[in-house]
Write a protein that binds this ligand. Structure first.
Ligand SMILES: [Zn+2]
Length: 81
């Protein structure tokens, strides 16, 4: 059996002990009977969220906003030679 830990008190739930199981988007969380009695709602869990970098990415100039496009047309190519 996989080791089950209480989400609230971090207690290891032993086999045969009662506990509550929560399925949060496929991630399993558990609460021991005591913690469940105190609060039946699972709190402070971390939902799986994906953040990605939005600055510094490369996008077609045609999709830039007008201000950025104007700025782009002002750019000059130069040669350092
Ligand atoms: Zn607990």
């Amino acid at each position: 059996m996989e080791k089950v830990q209480c989400h609230n008190c971090q207690k290891t739930i032993t086999k045969g002990e009662k506990y509550m199981e929560y399925d949060v988007k496929g991630e399993m969380y558990h609460k021991c009977a005591e913690c469940y009695k105190q609060d039946t709602v699972l709190r402070n869990y971390r939902p799986t969220e994906v953040y990605s970098r939005v600055v510094g990415y490369i996008r077609p100039v045609s999709q830039w906003n007008k201000g950025k496009q104007a700025e782009y047309s002002d750019r000059k190519e130069y040669c350092s030679c």
